[in-house]
Design a protein around this ligand. Structure first.
Ligand code: NDP
Ligand code: 8X3
Length: 252
């Protein structure tokens, strides 16, 4: 066993790919998300394929009490979390700010910002107690470049960027690494969620260029988290080769 990783939002996309990558590499994996059936299916597959232990924790990261309880209930070696990947998140809609849906705003900010904080606050004491750990926050190119109609999603990811910097400073004395990985366009369920189930709109986002895949991000998370003890990647922006930033994508 190489270590233990907790991945939020492991029922799909980057999170699922991270769970698979680390299981393949011999890590025990704690997978979280709201969709219990997907968690159970993934657990069964990873345990069968890779012979590692997988623990499912079903909770909504927006629910402060449920998040605290899920982490507090970790028993035995499951408390020894070496890597936390704060990945759970979403965008909802693409709308000029004055036309935005305030429930969508709440969901994005509560999930991407406050959810990340609740999970981190629950896990950090476990890392401090061991004098080591690595927190990897999944930001976005949207944290670096604001694009039209992206307003609140971009703001939520800018907050992830700022929180990553703040966490790194505050956790310096405890030997805990903090990294932000900021992906560009990746074909996961992200756009299907953003466009509320409109598959055609979601597919259009990725037409005319080769987007990133979940596995690309999982490989990068693995690389960042397996560097020597004295090396910490602070901030990493990764795009498809056809993308320069959150705004410019060269489509054929
Ligand atoms: P997916 O929609 O495929 O996966 C999102 C994951 O987040 C799901 O497992 C979902 O699980 C989980 N999640 C969402 N809301 C909650 C919640 N309230 N509580 C718990 N879990 C939740 O998208 P991606 O894999 O693409 O997205 C992962 C992260 O990467 C997000 O933070 C996203 O903003 C970011 N990102 C995505 C990019 C892209 O182009 N795809 C680019 C840059 C960043 P469940 O529904 O089961 O709860
Ligand atoms: C997801 C990428 O460009 O839709 O964070 O904001 S983008």
């Amino acid at each position: 066993m190489k270590g233990t990783i907790l991945v939020t939002g492991a029922t799909s996309g980057f999170g699922e790919a991270c769970a698979e990558k680390f299981a393949r590499e011999g890590y025990h994996v704690i997978i979280t998300g709201r969709r219990q059936e997907r968690l159970e299916t993934l657990k069964a597959r990873l345990e069968k394929d890779f012979g590692v232990q997988v623990l499912t924790l079903q909770f909504d990261v927006r629910d402060k009490a449920a998040t605290e309880q899920a982490i507090a209930a970790l028993a035995g070696d499951w408390k020894n979390i070496d890597i936390l990947v704060n990945n759970a998140g979403l965008a909802l809609a693409l709308t000029p700010v004055d036309e935005g849906n305030t429930d969508d705003w709440d969901t994005m900010l509560d999930t991407n910002v406050k959810g990340l904080l609740y999970v981190s606050k629950a896990v950090i004491p476990l890392m401090k107690a061991r004098g080591k750990g690595h927190i990897i926050n999944i930001g976005s190119t949207a944290a670096k470049t604001v694009y039209a109609k992206g307003n609140v999603y971009c703001a939520s990811k800018s907050a992830v960027d700022a929180l990553t910097q703040g966490m790194r400073i505050d956790l310096l004395p405890y030997g805990i690494k903090v990294t932000a990985i900021h992906p560009g366009a990746a074909e996961t369920e992200f756009s299907l969620v953003r466009f509320k189930g409109d598959q055609r709109k979601a597919d259009d986002v990725y037409k005319g260029f080769e987007p990133l895949k979940g596995e690309d991000i999982a490989d990068i998370v693995f690389y960042c988290s397996t560097l020597p003890k004295h090396v910490c990647i602070n901030d990493l922006v990764v795009t498809p080769t056809a993308q320069a930033n959150a705004y410019y994508i060269h489509k054929q």
